[in-house]
Design a protein around this ligand. Structure first.
Ligand code: HQG
Length: 181
């Protein structure tokens, strides 16, 4: 069952963050999809997805990657989009003094030159916990934890957001706010 959940979570990440057109789905401007349409189109494209499985995956997801709207009729990914057309419409919020970014050692030379960039996604992702950053960095190689002086950055006019599942987001992190280990 765990594998089935993981597979479904990956499928939902693909559809709700990156490529809804894979199954002919459309997201609205804030990234919401109709649950009924998602179920119908997924199944029409050979991806078995029942209302129960969808509810289970959303509820059991360790990172709470997906959220239903209050009326339960819509669903969206809480962060991680590459689709430029989606604006989650998150409110700017003051960050804690320090946030962490987990990256891989092979990216350090480039980050030392240009700071942190959002790359394919809409935002640079930051966390309050170093352990989270280790796990994020380890996806791409030997993890390296960068400390971002977020409070100072915010005071300098940079805007921060926090996703519904607690991930800190900002457009880019200039080099002068990054402490390397
Ligand atoms: C790196 C997962 C070279 C950056 C995670 C990262 C996260 C640079 C990679 C979420 C760079 C982009 C996002 C520069 C940044 N030169 N490399 N100037 N600036 N990078 O996957 O933060 O599980 O787009 O360090 O948990 O790794 O999917 O971003 O290594 O929250 O829910 O370029 O994805 O969430 O990679 O991960 P990503 P990320 P989910």
């Amino acid at each position: 069952m765990k594998d089935k959940h993981e597979q479904t979570s990956k499928f939902l990440s693909l559809i709700l963050r990156h490529a809804p057109d894979t199954i002919g789905l459309t997201l609205d401007a804030q990234g919401w999809a109709s649950v009924a349409e998602l179920l119908a189109r997924a199944n029409a494209h050979g991806k078995h997805l029942s209302p129960e499985l969808l509810r289970e995956v959303v509820a059991a997801n360790a990172k709470q990657r997906f959220a239903f709207s209050d009326d339960g009729l819509s669903i969206r990914a809480s962060q991680g989009h590459s689709l430029k057309s989606v604006d989650l419409a998150l409110a700017p919020i003051a960050p804690p003094d320090l946030l962490y970014h987990g990256t891989a050692s092979r990216f350090i030379t480039s980050i030392r030159q240009g700071g942190l960039k959002a790359q394919a996604r809409q935002h640079v992702h930051l966390s309050t916990e170093q352990a989270t950053a280790v796990a994020v960095g380890a996806r791409y190689g030997v993890p390296v934890i960068l400390t971002v002086r977020a409070g100072e950055m915010h005071a300098g006019g940079h805007v921060f957001y926090q996703s519904d599942n607690g991930v800190w987001l900002t457009d880019a992190v200039p080099l002068r706010y990054i402490d390397f280990p």
